[in-house]
Write a protein that binds this ligand. Sequence first.
Ligand SMILES: NC(=O)c1ccc[n+]([C@@H]2O[C@H](COP(=O)([O-])OP(=O)(O)OC[C@H]3O[C@@H](n4cnc5c(N)ncnc54)[C@H](OP(=O)(O)O)[C@@H]3O)[C@@H](O)[C@H]2O)c1
Ligand SMILES: *[C@@H]1O[C@H](CO)[C@@H](O)[C@H](O)[C@H]1NC(C)=O
Ligand SMILES: *[C@@H]1O[C@H](CO)[C@@H](O)[C@H](O)[C@H]1NC(C)=O
Ligand SMILES: *[C@@H]1O[C@H](CO)[C@@H](O)[C@H](O)[C@H]1NC(C)=O
Length: 267
Amino acid sequence: MPDNFPYRKALVIGVTSGIGKALAEKMLQAGSSVIGVGRRQDRLDEFVKMGGSKASASRFDITQLSAIPDWAASIHKEHPDLDFVLINSGIQRPFDFAKPETVDLKLMELELMTNYTAYIHLAMALLPYLQQRAGSGPAGIAFTSSGLAILPMPRVPNYSATKAALHHWVLTLRQQLAATSSKVRCIELFPPLVDTELHDDKHQPGVKAAVSPYAMPLDQFTNQTWTALVRGDEQIPIGMSAKHFEAGGFEAMRQDIFNAANGRVYT
Ligand SMILES: NC(=O)c1ccc[n+]([C@@H]2O[C@H](COP(=O)([O-])OP(=O)(O)OC[C@H]3O[C@@H](n4cnc5c(N)ncnc54)[C@H](OP(=O)(O)O)[C@@H]3O)[C@@H](O)[C@H]2O)c1
Ligand SMILES: *[C@@H]1O[C@H](CO)[C@@H](O)[C@H](O)[C@H]1NC(C)=O
Ligand SMILES: *[C@@H]1O[C@H](CO)[C@@H](O)[C@H](O)[C@H]1NC(C)=O
Ligand SMILES: *[C@@H]1O[C@H](CO)[C@@H](O)[C@H](O)[C@H]1NC(C)=O
């Protein structure tokens, strides 16, 4: 087990606030370089200023799916030593599907694209570089999913569904990677409710005040996630979702069945 963060140059997609920003700061403090990605240029500028010589930024909107391959190639060209990718960007919108007239399906599609489809496009564009890198040292790809991937919440049905889809996809990707000779580590983060801009009034009026008392403070979440990342954990459930991964928990049981059915055990 490494006692330090094993990666030296990370691409953090969704670095301009919340979880991505907090984890990127940990990486910088650990002496790694970070290329931060998001849409808000002022926040990217702040990130580079804060991080000094080890921080850089690339402004990119991950919903521009057809632009992803060229963008990924340009990142690799500039940073051939990239050895870690954290795909973390996300949006959350409330929907009541029991009242169809209130559901904006266009918004639903945007959320699906941001939270699921874009993750897969990004992973497919960046994985070849990590696989190449894995020949000469550690390489990893990490995805921010959610406790709602395991148990959905009625207030945010679409979000819950996209995270569940992502979780299943990551489970199978990890097994497929394990069957190849390239040792790219596949990591999934399962945050609980964390106090970030995700719940801001701009997109979800009234939600922030309602959820804040129940949300985990960001630095507590970040410290626990960091400890697990450095330890080399591949599944990192924090807070409420952790119990589902304990022995006898339903996610642990489901994965035992999944592993048995697929003839391979990983932890
Ligand atoms: N907070 C929670 O309670 C919670 C719980 C479970 C899971 N999560 C997950 O944790 C991840 C981070 O969320 P957070 O709570 O830290 O939220 P946040 O503070 O709102 O941060 C979201 C990040 O995603 C970026 N982003 C969103 N759309 C993008 C796009 N189209 N292109 C590029 N970047 C984009 C944002 O940057 P720009 O706006 O600058 O583009 C921002 O940096 C998400 O995947 C979320 O689902 C959060
Ligand atoms: C549902 O989520 C997906 C993925 O995040 C998104 O593309 C879609 O727009 C969302 N739909 C609604 C109604 O929010
Ligand atoms: C997309 O991800 C964000 C952040 O994790 C989340 O708040 C939102 O509910 C998700 N949307 C969908 C449709 O999954
Ligand atoms: C998180 O870790 C930092 C640095 O090690 C420490 O200063 C801070 O007090 C910790 N916060 C929590 C809530 O544990």
